[in-house]
Structure formats: C-alpha cells, structure tokens
Design a protein around this ligand. Structure first.
Ligand SMILES: Cc1cc2nc3c(=O)[nH]c(=O)nc-3n(C[C@H](O)[C@H](O)[C@H](O)COP(=O)(O)OP(=O)(O)OC[C@H]3O[C@@H](n4cnc5c(N)ncnc54)[C@H](O)[C@@H]3O)c2cc1C
Length: 405
C-alpha cells in the first residue's frame, strides 16, 4: 500500500520518482496469503480506535479517519477486488481467496511505477548526508534513497520473513521501541482435562482482569487444543495475558454459556430440578443447555460432581456451584503460545515519535513507518490489515509529496 500510494502520488504530480520495494523473501505478501484462513479478511465494516491496543487512541483515530475502511474498500474495488460482507462485519474478497488480493496488489505496484525486488533482505539502514544507504543480502545490494519507509512487520510467524529487523533499524536511529509481545496467539494450559478435549469448540465469553480489575471481555468461538485454548475468543485476549506481569495477578475467567446470566441459568436449572427430577445432571447440561457431551463430562469431573446423579437428588449447593462454574470458571492459563503462532506483534515503534499525518519520524527527517512495526495491534476481524492500509497510504503519500511538491 505504501509503495502504491507513493507511486500514484508521483504519477498525479507528473513527477517521476524511482520507487523500490525491497522484500526479503522469494515471494512478497506471505501473510496476506495465510490471512483469514487463506481468505484474507481485508477490513471491517466499522473500525474504531477502541478496536486497537498500544499507542495513544487519538493517534489511531487520526490515522483511521485519514484512510477509512470505506477508503480501503474503494481502493480494492478500484484494483479489481470485489469484497463481500460477512457477519459480524468482516470483509473478504468475493473469490474467497487471499491470492486475489495479493495478485491485485502486486499488479498495482507495477501500474504505480514501483519496482519490486524480492530475495532482497535489508540488513542495514544508515544516514549518509541527506540520503539513506540501505545495504543487504541477496545479491549483496546497496541502495541510496532520499526517503525510506520501514514496513517490515513485527516478529510474528517468523517463517514469513518477520524477524524484527524494523525495530533494529528504528532503534539504530534513536527511536524508542515499546516492549514487544506476541498477540492474537493461542493460550497455553497445563491442565490435562482441558487438553484432552482437543478439537472441541463452543461459544464462550472470556474476561481478563488484573489486580482484580476487568481489562477486557471477548465473546466468540473458543477451541480446546492439545496445548491449550484457541479460537477468536482466546486469541483476542492473548495480548493482555502476554503483557501482564505475575505481580498484577492476571486472571482469565470463562463463561461457557455467554447467552445466559446468573438468574436465567439458575432458573433453567431449578426448573429441571422440579420438572425433570429423574434426569442425570450431565444430561441436563447436554439436553437442556446444549453443551457438548465430552465437555459436560470434563467440567463435572473437575467440579467433583457426579454426572450420573439425578438433578432431583442434587443439593442446592451442588446446583449453585454448577451454575457459577458454567458462567464464571477461572481458566487455568499458563501463558501464551508465542510468536510462532501469533497473528500480530504487540508493541513496536513508539507513536509519540511519529508524525500522525505522514508517518514520518519526528527524530529523523525522511524516515517513515507503516504497519505492524508501529506500536499498535488490533483485534481479530480485519483490523490489523486496516491499520496496515491506513498507515501505508499515509506514509506512501507523505514520502512522495515531500519529494514532488
Ligand atoms: C496467520 C495469520 C492470519 C492473519 N489474518 C488476518 C486477517 O484475516 N485480517 C487482518 O486484518 N490481519 C490478519 N493478520 C495480521 C496481518 O497479516 C498483519 O497485521 C499484516 O500483514 C501486517 O502488515 P505489514 O505490512 O506491517 O507486515 P507484514 O505483512 O509482516 O510484511 C512485512 C514484510 O517485510 C518483509 N521484511 C521483513 N524484514 C525485512 C528486511 N530486513 N528486508 C526486506 N524485507 C523484510 C517480510 O518478509 C514481509 O513480507 C494475520 C496474520 C497471520 C500471521
């Protein structure tokens, strides 16, 4: 996006610029191809600053207003990628293939007059007079440039080419790097009972608190895995787990029945107690509350409740404990999976050192940043790409305008 917007700006001003996009991998856009389950969730219907964590909200707001989701949709339509809306507001290409998005972007890079050099890993960026010198591996290149936009991403999924190089370049120029952590990554547990449910998924609500204060709440699909918990509800909470310190007493609480409140669930269970006293407790969970059988068996085992006992014979205390556990179970979370399976990186280049209108460094004239390398991470749903499109557009235009106006 940065390369395209820089090229388009130069074309509009009829001022030829030499723009070069350097990519470490053999192919560009690995993350686009793997995104959204290979369908690429390009953006979201509504994108608010509160959908993001990291740097100051006013900065994020300004960026999102300068290049909105509607602008992103217009841009993609303009390059031949028709988008389709899916609940709860995610936009995908109608082809349901991320390849469509990547192909269109690469074609547009060419149309905007930008050269793309792959197999070109930048290892060093240095100031040299009023220019920058970029040197790198590949066929040992050295490039001299008047403007540089750093769009190296973060540290997540290192196999895609993300090794944190951008943070190194930025800190070499004196930039502050806000501590990085894996985000949108699965949660780990040592609890064998939960791990044995691997492959089972249900709708849940996860609440994260620190020092007894609620920090965030996410409702969505929740998946048990052989190492812990995944699915959007777990991924969305992971950046909070990853950044919390043990002394802050981080706690994850899960509701396995997010559609219920304590009164409604108690009423449903008490009604079974009166109307179907011969029904087994496990059967109440499965038949009345539509919970999966394997899950019901595991939860009851963990609570020390005999699932074969009839609901009629159960004590008030047993039913109260059951209701409470279904709605507010303290989940045994040991940590997060890490960068290997993190969709994004939390932390990065401190936004206070970046110009909000152009993404230019406030410390080094001519140096720009865009995308995940900045200290912003969004929740699941197309928000991270929107951040990349918005900051990429601002940086590309900003760098080109500074040269042609
Ligand atoms: C599995 C997965 C699924 C995702 N799904 C979605 C989704 O559906 N919707 C969404 O909004 N977000 C999604 N994301 C997040 C999204 O992919 C990122 O937020 C986005 O790609 C960030 O864009 P970027 O350009 O900043 O960084 P990247 O996409 O990481 O691109 C950085 C590029 O820089 C290259 N590079 C790095 N260092 C160097 C160097 N030294 N020299 C030359 N090149 C270098 C890398 O090879 C890479 O190609 C997903 C991420 C993953 C991992």
């Amino acid at each position: 996006m940065a390369a395209i917007c820089a090229g388009r700006t130069a074309q509009e001003k009829r001022a030829p610029l030499e723009i070069l996009l350097l990519e470490t991998s053999r192919k560009v856009g690995a993350k686009i191809l793997m995104s959204g389950g290979t369908r690429c969730n390009v953006t979201h219907k509504e994108v608010k600053p509160s959908d993001f964590q990291g740097g100051p909200r006013h900065f994020v707001k300004h960026v999102l207003e300068a290049f909105t989701p509607a602008d992103a949709m217009g841009f993609f339509n303009g390059i031949g990628v028709e988008l389709v809306l899916e609940p709860p507001g995610k936009f995908f290409p109608v082809s349901h293939s991320a390849q469509t998005v990547l192909d269109a972007l690469i074609k547009e890079v060419g149309r905007a007059g930008t050269a793309l050099k792959t197999d070109a890993r930048v290892t060093d960026v240095k100031r040299s007079g009023d220019r920058f010198r970029l040197s790198g591996q590949g066929d040992a290149f050295c490039v001299s440039a008047r403007k540089v936009i750093i769009t190296t991403g973060g540290l997540s999924y290192p196999t895609t080419g993300s090794d944190g190089a951008g943070y190194r370049f930025a800190s070499g120029f004196g930039h502050t790097i806000v501590g990085t952590h894996p985000a949108l990554t699965p949660l780990l547990t040592n609890d064998r009972d939960w791990r044995n449910l691997s492959g089972l998924s249900l709708e849940a609500r996860l609440t994260f608190s620190k020092d007894g204060r609620k920090q965030c709440e996410n409702r969505g699909a929740f998946l048990f895995t052989h190492f812990g918990f995944s699915g959007p509800a777990a991924l969305d909470i992971s950046r909070h787990v990853a950044t919390a310190r043990p002394e802050e007493k981080p706690k994850v609480v899960i509701s396995f029945l997010p559609g219920h409140r304590e009164e409604t669930l108690s009423r449903a269970v008490e009604s079974e107690h009166v109307k179907m006293p011969k029904r087994h407790i496990q059967s109440v969970l499965v038949r009345e509350l539509s919970l999966p059988g394997r899950f019901a068996e595991t939860l009851l085992k963990k609570l020390g409740i005999d699932g074969t006992q009839t609901i009629g014979a159960s004590s008030n205390e047993t039913r109260r404990r059951l209701v409470h556990a279904l709605l507010e179970y303290p989940l045994e979370v040991e940590g997060v999976y890490g960068y290997k399976k993190a969709e994004v990186t939390a932390g990065g280049v401190d936004l206070r050192e970046v110009d909000v209108s152009t993404m230019e460094s406030k410390l080094v004239a001519g140096l720009y940043f865009a995308g995940e390398v900045l200290d912003v991470d969004g929740r699941i749903g197309g928000f991270n790409f929107q951040w990349a499109w918005s900051t990429g557009a601002l940086a590309g235009r900003g760098a080109a305008r500074a040269l042609v106006s």
